[in-house]
Design a protein around this ligand. Structure first.
Ligand code: MLT
Length: 339
């Protein structure tokens, strides 16, 4: 971080952020799909996220008095930790519930659990669950803003937002026209792909997908991507290689002969990376299965890897999202229908 910036008093830092925001608001009150995010929303999110990234661990008072609940019914390291830290660095109170410690285990319905959390006046509820569409459903019936942190095989919008920020920074451009992004791996079970493909389309990227046939659902074609069973062919001349994890917990192992075979045919090795443009970057949402999706030597420290940069951007992006969603400049509140 720039030293002058680090020494800046908090009031000046907040003023700086507010100046960058210019009284703008997002067009949505809940975030369940990338389909809701307009180009104007993206510009606002990225202006603010880039500035938060400069201030890194500053504790701002923007969301003081608001609470956030992290309701994670599936495992998470990056998403949960960054949402929690982001909220705390905005002075929010946070608490977490999950599959092992919540009453969902006793049979409480999803909507009852979320309504209960909302009744604590939670301003935001971040939900990760195995049921596709569940965050969108509860969003219509509770006062709290719902943020989808991954719903089954469907979407993971904040991952796509941070990924696109990483790509745009790399290209120093406002969109991805003329850039080739190759997504490699378990498309079928990946909610990361569900959101990534939507944001890449918005930003005009050329998208290629490389995967075994069994990992390629028919609907992929509807996004206008080109598909290939040859990772070498797909990577040729690419700007970004985005590897996905084989989602064993969703039955992915039944779609491939063995992990070893998969790694031999689709794993990203130095030799395969060299087929892309010399300045191409390697990305992965994490967790990386070393030597399966990506060769170990390429993971964190390789000069072309942006995997840790993605993690860093995740923090800044989630902070921007929480500030913009919870502390609206126009004072508008979400409308919802009680069930
Ligand atoms: C997810 O929860 O979808 C992750 O961010 C990516 C993964 O688990 O492979």
């Amino acid at each position: 971080m720039d030293v002058a910036l680090r020494r800046k008093p908090m009031s000046e830092a907040e003023e700086d952020l507010s100046k960058i925001r210019e009284g703008r608001d997002l067009s949505f009150f809940d975030l369940t799909s990338i389909d809701q995010v307009s180009l104007k929303d993206l510009a606002l999110l990225y202006d603010v996220a880039r500035r938060f990234r400069d201030y890194r661990t500053y504790k701002f008072s923007f969301n003081k008095g608001y609470s956030q609940v992290n309701a994670f019914f599936e495992a998470s390291t990056r998403t949960q930790a960054s949402f929690d830290l982001a909220a705390k660095q905005l002075s929010m109170d946070t608490t977490s519930v999950g599959s092992t410690n919540s009453s969902a285990k006793k049979g409480e319905s999803f909507i009852d659990t979320v309504e209960t959390l909302s009744a604590y006046n939670a301003r935001a509820i971040v939900i990760r669950c195995s049921q596709a569409g569940a965050p969108e459903f509860v969003a219509r019936h509770v006062a709290a803003s719902i943020i989808n942190a991954g719903d089954g095989w469907h979407e993971h919008p904040t991952q796509a937002l941070l990924d696109a920020l990483t790509m745009l920074d790399e290209c120093a451009s406002e969109d991805l026209s003329g850039r080739v992004v190759v997504v490699v791996g378990d498309i079928k079970h990946s909610r990361v792909f569900g959101s990534l493909v939507r944001i890449l389309k918005k930003l005009n990227a050329t998208i290629r997908v490389a995967a075994p046939e069994t990992f390629l659902p028919d609907y992929v074609e509807k996004f206008g991507v080109s598909t290939s069973w040859s990772v070498e062919e797909a990577i040729e001349g690419a700007d970004v290689i985005y590897a996905l994890r084989v989602q064993e917990e969703r039955g992915a192992k039944g779609d491939i002969p063995t992990l070893r075979e998969y790694s031999k045919t689709f794993g990203i090795s130095a030799k395969r990376l060299a087929l892309a443009k010399p300045e191409a970057i390697l990305m992965h949402p994490g967790p990386v299965m070393r030597d399966i999706d990506v060769h170990s030597a390429l993971v964190a420290r390789h000069p072309q890897s942006r995997i840790l940069r993605q993690v860093e951007n995740g923090m800044a992006l989630r902070k921007a999202l929480l500030w913009l969603m919870c502390d609206r400049a126009d004072g508008a509140t979400k409308s919802y229908e009680l069930l």
